[in-house]
Design a protein around this ligand. Structure first.
Ligand code: ATP
Length: 200
């Protein structure tokens, strides 16, 4: 049974970049948000539950998840959004457990934007938070996605405040410098975490 380490951070914090550095260190990483997007297309039981909740228009003629339509349906309808999430998350959890059972590493990492929001930290042995100053995060996402300052800020404002996440985490990676520094910082924090877990 591997130790499960949650890896999270808000929009533009650099968690995906850190995840890649962790893979470079030889550890398996499960990308929850990417897998969720695959599962809504591949898991037939989940598909039928989504159709039951949102109607057949949730999938277009070729059977692909109609992300735009679904987004327009749940926009401003928090109750429906919550129901949709409650439908998708158990499928992702099951997929993760299946993935874990196929890993032979002593440590595996679960990358997810919503670790604390969904209480998934309680299902991990440890959690790592990637954080950076708001302005840096906004600028990085503007460069990456071509979004405006205001668009990124709006997404950020809907996420759990950084100070609340920091309070919940022992292992924090600060990403206020360049990518080389981020890699060094990642290796430092991971090695510290491993030492602590191995003596625990
Ligand atoms: P999201 O939740 O929005 O997917 P994320 O937390 O996964 O974001 P990344 O995609 O890893 O964040 O990083 C956001 C962008 O900023 C990427 O284009 C990445 O290459 C860049 N970036 C991250 N850290 C640094 C850094 N220290 N220096 C320069 N660019 C960086």
């Amino acid at each position: 049974e591997p130790r499960i380490i949650g890896l999270t951070g808000g929009i533009g914090s650099g968690k995906s970049t850190v995840a890649k550095f962790i893979e470079d260190m030889g550890f398996p990483v499960y990308y929850s948000d990417i897998r969720a997007k695959e599962i809504v297309n591949d898991n037939e039981i989940l598909k039928s539950k989504i159709v039951e909740l949102l109607g057949s228009e949730a999938y277009n003629e070729n059977g692909n998840y109609n992300r735009k339509y679904v987004a327009s349906l749940v926009f401003g309808n928090d109750e429906l959004l919550q129901k949709l999430n409650q439908t998708i998350h158990p499928a992702v959890r099951a997929d993760f457990e299946n993935w874990v059972s196929r890993q032979s590493s002593e440590f595996v990492f679960k990358e997810t934007a919503l670790l604390f929001e969904l209480g998934l930290d309680k299902e991990c042995h440890q959690s790592i938070l990637v954080t950076a100053e708001d302005n840096l995060r906004i600028k990085r996402v503007m460069d990456r996605d071509g979004k405006t300052y205001r668009e990124v800020e709006t997404i950020m404002d809907k996420q759990m405040p950084e100070k609340d996440k920091i309070r919940k985490t022992v292992f924090i990676i600060y990403n206020n410098d360049g990518l080389a520094e981020l890699r060094t910082e990642t290796e430092k924090v991971i090695n510290k975490l491993i030492r602590q877990e191995e003596t625990a």
